[in-house]
Design a protein around this ligand. Structure first.
Ligand code: ARG
Ligand code: GLU
Length: 671
């Protein structure tokens, strides 16, 4: 039922949505559910001040009103295959990693190409168990995916960043799309002649509801997990890397927040950027706290002790695996040293928006310095940059970015070892005594990268001779010095150590499965199709606190705050609540909204179907609880919970709130 190549199975209704989220097909006419936050940019792209679908929601009242989304894809798995033997053909134990990698890459290209010969499919081979196994995925990608409906943000994003990663949660985080195909049911670019895709399978929707301890399963495309790291790695992440990245983002978020609160234009310009910066920031905080409370590092150390004991007692294992953990220790010690400048460079220095624009000028400089100069290529490049600039400056405030600039420079200098200061720091010390506010004032008043008109004018009249002006731009000079430092002193070391660690991790993974076979090993997430299973259950995050497993509309009314745009409740929803007009979706006078369960999920599982023991849809996954975000490193079924919208709330909103109940006619409802 989960997977079959001979007949239809559940996997035929699972969609990799836009490459980053998951979706599920819920009708024989290609109707698909995913999260509101997954469809956010599509909903935004159809919105304007006059037709603000983000604020008011959108519902197509028939198929002709559905909105096409150029560039959006829906990928379905046709089949998968263990190709380990083929991929590792020609590999010998004593090969260097470089040689090994290049043989593997050649093998992969060949196998992939061969697998899809004469079809419209695509093939992707991915390493599993850190390169001990390889699987191939044959996929079919649909390119005409239309927006059918989305609730207003006051439902789809209710609770905003305040409630993000938190339980109890009351977000109706769903959106509805439809996949279209050509008349032969094959993928095709958008055309008005396309017809709704006829899937091999779609999920029946259960209105039976969820009870504590019910079986649940999540089927989707989780992005990345790292369950088999040694203690040294977890130590580095939670005690060095996360704190550095959190500290930098604390400052960036605070500066943006102050300016957004002062000015509505800035608030709108920075809303989406703020949300995505805050999302990972909050996850890291939860992750570090969770590992500490769970004694995660200590647990890893205990496992390593037992591992070492068993190896020492077995001469064959001793030959193969002794010294593995010591090598990890040395490598992570060194990596920890480079991680600090690396994190500060990526998070602080490249967090300066004008620097990202300066980075974008590097290809132009390269073209300008080429002999002979190709003016056509230069023109193409400046056209591209001019186009990109519209989007950049639309959501850019130079004064806000100037504050970020001064703060980030200061942070870097104060927290990073002098060995990683860029050359330009000497000049800045001599000329300005490293007074970054003064430096920022001067640089932002002059640079072409901090003003739309200066930037556009410069590019519009650009020719290769003007590269001198670019190279001497006060902002570019400082950016380039940092960039060179990163390229020469940070990146190569990080790369070298990661390569070393990849080899150790591959051997460690193999060793763990061999030496401790009584444990269960599921491969780390890698954006390929996975199932997770668990139970509907609440949890106890700390002493004296116990969380129930579901929330209801009552909680939305309790959280309402008309003065805070994250907690506005639409009038219509309040009316339905007052009249207890919940239709067939409510139960005992309550309208269920969300529930938690012990499925191991991660980023990418957003929009994944949550399925009951009969394969019916009971919810759509959209988040995890804060106390459990450590699950990317260590999953613990006692405290890690995924959060789903109850499908009854989804249908209630579609039917009773939005008046788009006609969509239910094409669904299969199980009562
Ligand atoms: N935390 C969820 C995820 O990792 C939801 C993010 C979107 N929601 C938000 N309020 N920013 O993607
Ligand atoms: N919100 C996440 C996503 O967009 C899923 C939650 C998680 O990380 O578990 O994929």
């Amino acid at each position: 039922d989960l997977y079959s190549i001979n007949r239809s199975s559940l996997k035929d209704a699972i969609v990799h949505f836009g490459g980053g989220c998951t979706g599920e097909i819920i009708s024989p006419e290609g109707l698909m559910l995913t999260n509101h936050h997954c469809g956010y940019s599509q909903i935004q792209s159809h919105s304007s001040v006059e037709r603000d679908y983000l604020t008011n929601g959108f519902w197509a009242m028939n198929k002709r009103e559905e909105l096409p989304n150029p560039g959006l894809t829906a990928t379905i798995i046709v089949r998968m295959e263990d190709v380990t033997e083929l991929v590792l053909k020609g590999i010998k134990d004593d090969m260097s990693e470089k040689v090994r990698d290049s043989i593997i890459n050649i093998n992969i290209k060949y196998i992939e190409k061969d697998a899809i010969k004469g079809t419209h499919y695509e093939a992707k081979i991915r390493p599993f168990y850190h390169g001990n196994e390889y699987y191939m995925f044959i996929t079919e990608t649909f390119k005409d995916v239309r927006l059918v409906g989305a609730p207003p943000s006051s439902i789809g994003k209710f609770g905003g960043d305040t409630d993000n990663w938190m339980w109890p949660r009351h977000t109706g985080d769903f959106a509805v799309f439809r996949i279209y195909a050509d008349k032969d049911n094959k993928p095709a670019e958008y055309s008005k002649d396309n017809v709704p895709y006829k899937p091999k399978h779609f999920f029946p929707i259960s209105l039976k509801g969820v009870k504590e301890n019910d079986f649940t399963m999540v089927y989707g495309f989780p992005g990345r997990t790292n369950e088999y790291l040694p203690s040294y790695a977890v130590d580095m992440i939670v005690n060095v890397s996360n704190p550095a990245r959190i500290k930098v983002r604390d400052e960036r978020l605070a500066i943006w927040d102050t300016d957004m609160k002062k000015n509505d234009t800035i608030r709108i310009q920075y809303a989406a950027k703020y949300a995505s910066l805050a999302n990972a920031w909050k996850k890291w905080i939860g992750e570090s706290k969770g590992i500490k409370r769970f004694n995660g590092i200590q647990k890893k150390e205990e496992l390593e002790k037992e591992f070492t004991k068993r190896i020492q007692a077995n001469s064959e294992w001793n030959i193969k695996y002794a010294g593995l953990l010591d090598k990890f220790k040395t490598a992570y010690n060194e990596l920890t040293y480079y991680t600090i400048p690396n994190d500060y460079f990526i998070e602080a220095i490249m967090g300066i928006e004008s620097f990202t624009l300066a980075r974008g000028a590097m290809p132009l400089l390269e073209l300008s310095l080429m002999q002979p100069v190709n003016n056509e290529d230069i023109k193409k490049q400046t056209d591209k940059m001019l186009q990109g600039a519209e989007g950049f400056f639309k959501n850019y405030n130079a004064n806000t970015d100037k504050k970020i600039y001064a703060a980030m420079m200061e942070l870097y200098i104060r927290n990073v070892d002098k060995a990683f200061y860029p050359a330009v720091i000497n000049d800045l010390q001599k000329k300005y005594k490293l007074d970054f506010n003064r430096i920022a004032d001067e640089v932002y008043a002059q640079s072409i990268f901090t003003d739309k008109k200066r930037y556009m004018d410069f590019l519009a009249s650009y020719d290769a001779k003007k590269s001198k002006k670019l190279l001497s731009d006060p902002l570019y000079v400082i950016f380039e010095s940092f960039w060179k430092l990163y390229l020469n002193q940070i990146a190569p070391n990080i790369q070298r150590l990661n390569m070393e660690i990849a080899l150790l991790q591959r051997n460690y993974m193999k060793a763990l499965r061999e030496v401790m076979p009584e444990k269960k090993y599921y491969p780390d997430a890698n954006s390929t199709l996975r199932v997770a299973y668990g139970k509907v259950e609440g949890y106890e995050p700390m002493d004296a606190v116990k969380y129930n497993y579901f929330t209801t509309l009552n909680g939305i009314i309790e959280k309402e705050d008309p003065k805070n745009d994250e907690f506005i409740v639409p009038e219509k929803l309040k009316e339905l609540f007052d009249k207890k007009d919940f239709g067939q979706y409510g139960i005992n006078g309550l309208m269920p909204v969300a529930f938690v369960a012990s499925n191991h999920t991660t980023g990418g599982n957003s929009g994944s179907p949550v399925i009951d023991a009969e394969g019916n849809l009971i919810g759509t996954n959209f988040d995890r609880v804060w106390e459990g975000t450590m699950s990317d490193l260590m999953f613990d079924p006692d405290r890690c919970r995924n959060i789903s919208v109850d499908v009854r709330y989804t249908l209630f909103i579609i039917d009773k709130f939005a008046g788009a109940g006609y969509l239910l006619n094409e669904m299969k409802i199980v009562k």
